[in-house]
Design a protein around this ligand. Structure first.
Ligand code: NDP
Length: 254
């Protein structure tokens, strides 16, 4: 294929699904993984094919090395080239107070969110380094890269890990011309967050300086920026795509 190859984890719903669409429309051949929603993944592939765009979907548990190896190999075979871009988007959340959190939930969240990021970065990073063309890796973080979220200790620990993993990877992969950055979304309207709260936008908009919740397109635009030539000298950074939410200090009313 002539198009650059983008690999996206967790492209079957929410932010990941919009990322797949935005990257394909920007001219990438996009290989993306899904975990439990094959029909949704297939629908995206078919919708993009109808527009003349290139996309493929593969089942993958992003925390399992054998699955990740299979996914990345199938992506490279499909596109007949090494990836130019990797977006580590797949993530899960569980809600539990620290004192009640089970070992199983802790392991599932850390495995999917943090270990998955490591496994994909290592494999795609090796391919990018071997191909010698450089590349971009973008990790999807969260506001809890830097602040503590209540009842989300496992999720917060995983995203704090992604913050530091981004910096370490950027330092190590710089010599190959590979940039590694993090996009940390604030409150973004997806099906998952709609299920979390009946009036998600009504709750989060007043807390957000820009006065609204974000959209997956808001996140996709910044991923495209990090992947673009405009960001060629930017690495190891986290960009908050949060409408100012996590820059706002708690402050008493006077
Ligand atoms: P969704 O639940 O809509 O999407 C999560 C995606 O990850 C799905 O495609 C899902 O696949 C995939 N996934 C889940 N488990 C695995 C696994 N074991 N292996 C591979 N893929 C898996 O969530 P969002 O779109 O809301 O979130 C996407 C990312 O953005 C996450 O990293 C999240 O932490 C981050 N984020 C989101 C915010 C928001 O407000 N929405 C705010 C801050 C950060 P499938 O559906 O097929 O099971």
């Amino acid at each position: 294929m002539d198009q650059p190859l983008a690999i996206v984890t967790g492209g079957s719903s929410g932010i990941g699904q919009h990322l797949v669409i935005a990257l394909a429309r920007a001219g990438y051949a996009v290989a993306f993984s899904y975990h439990s929603q094959p029909a949704s993944a297939q629908a995206t592939v078919e919708m993009l094919a109808g527009e003349g765009r290139q996309a493929m979907a593969a089942a993958c548990d992003g925390g399992l090395k054998a699955d990740v190896e299979r996914f990345i190999s199938s992506a490279v075979a499909w596109a007949a080239r090494a990836p130019e871009l990797l977006v580590n988007n797949a993530g899960i959340q569980t809600w539990s107070p620290l004192l009640d959190l089970t070992e199983e939930r802790w392991d599932a969240v850390i495995r999917t969110n943090l270990k998955g990021c490591f496994l994909h970065t290592q494999l795609a990073g090796r391919l990018m380094a071997e191909a010698g063309r450089g590349g971009s890796i973008v990790n999807i973080g969260s506001g809890c890269n830097k602040v503590a979220f209540p009842n989300l200790v496992d999720y917060t620990a995983s995203k704090g890990g992604i913050e530091q993993f981004t910096k370490s990877s950027a330092v190590e992969l710089g010599k190959f011309g590979i940039t590694v950055n993090c996009v940390a979304p604030g409150a973004i309207a997806t099906e998952r967050t709609a299920a979390e709260a009946p009036d998600y936008a009504g709750q989060w908009s007043p807390l957000t300086p820009l006065g609204r919740v974000g959209t997956p397109e808001d996140v996709a635009g910044v991923v495209l920026f990090f992947a673009s030539n405009a960001a060629r000298f930017v690495t190891g950074q986290t960009l908050w795509v949060d409408g100012g939410l996590f820059s706002r200090a708690p402050w008493p009313d006077y």
